[in-house]
Write a new protein. Structure first.
Lengths: 280, 315
């Protein structure tokens, strides 16, 4: 009894040790994405008058960029692009993927094979390469970027949701509902979907991380968000010439991305408990 | 026989997928109304000149004919002519492809042994501080963008310490030059895939370590290192090979970023430049090479899992 409870507390403590930091960081970034532009001391295009590539100081906590603009303000304004655009794309990808996945799992038959084959084809295009082809064809407007990132990650979300739905679909309570004569729509909505929510949420988080990395990578290549707007990837790109002065303007936006993605990954790792050595 | 059939089916599936991919790439790069003629002649060209060029480029043919023509050209090694400098695409791609292969081969040569070493040792000492630190590092590294690793590397080793060059070039005279040129790009690329590969190796080993024959060996008093190396590793070889191939395929995304950062004259840099100039034949060819390589690696991963399944081998 006491053994069991100490194991339980040890488990819980380990859980929070890994995830608390993640949760805190994530909350900070969410707040930044929502209120960043209001907190920024300067406008996004405003010259701060401290010269270009100024080091970190009290007046400019993150220094200034290649045009002498306040870097903190640039990062705060960029948060909305990095987090907002990625969030929109991830939500879109997951809704489509989950809908298609459940549909395939419940319908089976040739619809399932056709959707599955299409997903296989899309998945076998390296993501950044797909992004390059789309940008070459359709340009870099915001809707194109969101749609492109969403389409890139639909197949993954689809596969995950389909496998999950197949598992749930084979369970006894679904069988019972079917025997009761419930309609398929009801079974999907009331029996299958609620039992998929937790794994779907972790999947959503992981996918969000990938979308952030994809979009900022694209912006870093100069093929994402276009000036005068800038997400964090674009901020790294436009200040890359400052690397020889070891300017914070290059490092800070890249660090912002890393902190965002690492915090989410740690959070998911803690929640899903995969490979957690203590528990095994 | 069963095994051969499964592998054949996988290969056919791969070819079919590649056909669909080629269709996606072709449609994607042909969907806009303003075509190559406008890019070459400018918007103020006379209609006669446009029509003449369209005919010369074969753009007046119906879409399916153009697709088939392009596809056969691709298969026979003639993916068309670049719109920007009028050179055959094959001639542009050849040396670039060799450079990219060199970069990825060096990365694989470093990352694969390192990942296996870390994966196996963390499985042997699972639950130890080393295991937990390695796991935490792996989880974090997977989520770090390549350009952060690259910029930190350049600032530290090229700008501050002057150990290596911030530019990478493939033609090197001596070993010293090679180290100067390749250290940073290879390290940058290695970080993320090593982390992921080591994690998957460890997970594959742990999956086997939970089976009852391992429990039996453990009860007989076999030491952990011997348990993993002699008893578990052989049965985890399939999933591990699978993990290696899959992670090498994810290298292809990183290569794009790294070649641009270090101005390395590889295929990915060529593709990015082609996107900027909207040089569609070049974009198409680069995209297809990337997709085919990706496909081959995934296929290799699949075949590894099939070959390592003893139930299929005897069947």
């Amino acid at each position: 009894m006491s053994d069991a409870s100490t194991i339980a507390t040890a488990r819980r403590r380990h859980y929070s040790a890994l995830t608390q930091g993640g949760i805190a960081l994530l909350l900070v970034w969410t707040a930044l994405a929502a209120f960043g532009p209001y907190l920024a001391p300067h406008g996004p295009g405003e010259a701060a008058g401290a010269g270009v590539f100024a080091p970190m100081s009290a007046a400019h906590p993150l220094g200034t960029d290649y045009l002498g603009r306040d870097m903190l303000s640039r990062v705060l304004h960029g948060a909305r692009y990095t987090i907002g655009v990625a969030m929109a794309a991830t939500v879109l990808a997951c809704i489509c993927g989950v809908a298609l996945g459940i549909f395939s799992a419940v319908r089976r038959g040739w619809t399932d094979s056709v959707i599955g084959r299409a997903a296989d084809a899309l998945i076998s295009i390296p993501h950044l390469m797909f992004a390059l082809v789309v940008v070459a064809a359709f340009g870099t407007s915001l809707p194109v970027l969101v749609l492109m990132a969403a389409i890139t990650y639909v197949p993954g979300a689809f596969r995950f949701a389909r496998a999950l739905a197949l598992d749930v679909n084979a369970m006894d309570f679904v069988e019972v509902a079917r025997a009761r004569g419930e309609r398929t729509a009801y079974i999907v909505w009331a029996e299958i979907l609620p039992n998929m929510v937790v794994p779907l949420l972790t999947d959503f988080g992981l996918r969000f991380v990938f979308v952030v990395l994809l979009l900022s990578g694209l912006s870093f290549l100069g093929l994402g968000i276009q000036p005068p707007n800038a997400d964090w990837g674009a901020l790294v790109r436009e200040n890359i010439s400052g690397i020889y002065e070891a300017a914070p303007a290059v490092l800070m936006p890249a660090l912002a991305i890393a902190m965002l993605t690492i915090s989410i990954t740690l959070l998911i790792d803690g929640f899903s408990g995969r490979d957690r050595p203590m528990v095994r | 026989m069963l095994m051969l059939g499964m592998i054949l089916r996988r290969v056919c599936g791969g070819v079919l997928t590649l056909l669909i991919v080629s269709l996606v790439v072709f449609i994607g790069t042909n969907v806009l109304p303003g075509d190559a003629t406008e890019a070459i002649l400018g918007q103020s060209a006379s209609p006669e000149a446009v029509a003449g060029l369209r005919h010369a480029l074969g753009l007046d043919l119906p879409a399916h004919a153009r697709y088939l023509h392009w596809l056969f050209g691709l298969v026979s090694g003639d993916p068309g002519v670049s719109l920007v400098n009028r050179l055959p695409v094959a001639q542009l791609i050849g040396p670039r492809l060799a450079n990219s292969l060199l970069l990825t081969a060096l990365t694989a040569a470093l990352a694969v042994p390192l990942a296996l070493l870390i994966g196996i040792t963390t499985a042997i000492w699972r639950g130890s501080l080393y295991d937990r630190v390695a796991n935490l590092a792996a989880v974090s590294l997977v989520a770090v963008p390549e350009f952060l690793l690259a910029t930190v590397g350049v600032i530290l080793f090229a700008v501050q310490l002057h150990w290596v060059s911030a530019m990478a070039k493939p033609s090197v005279g001596s070993l010293g030059e090679a180290l100067q040129s390749f250290t940073l790009p290879v390290l940058t690329l290695s970080f993320a895939i090593t982390a992921q590969m080591a994690r998957m190796t460890r997970a594959a080993l742990l999956g086997v370590l939970d089976s009852s024959y391992i429990e039996m060996a453990r009860l007989k008093g076999v030491r952990p290192a011997r348990l993993v190396l002699r008893h578990a590793l052989r049965n985890a070889a399939g999933p591990i090979a699978n993990a290696v191939a899959l992670n090498l395929s994810s290298l292809l995304g990183g290569v794009i970023i790294v070649e641009v950062i270090f101005s390395y004259p590889g295929l990915a840099k060529l593709a990015v430049d082609a996107v900027e100039t909207r040089d569609m034949p070049l974009v198409q060819a680069c995209a297809m090479i990337f997709c085919t390589t990706f496909m081959l690696l995934v296929l290799a991963a699949d075949i590894c899992s099939i070959l390592s399944n003893p139930r299929l081998r005897t069947g």
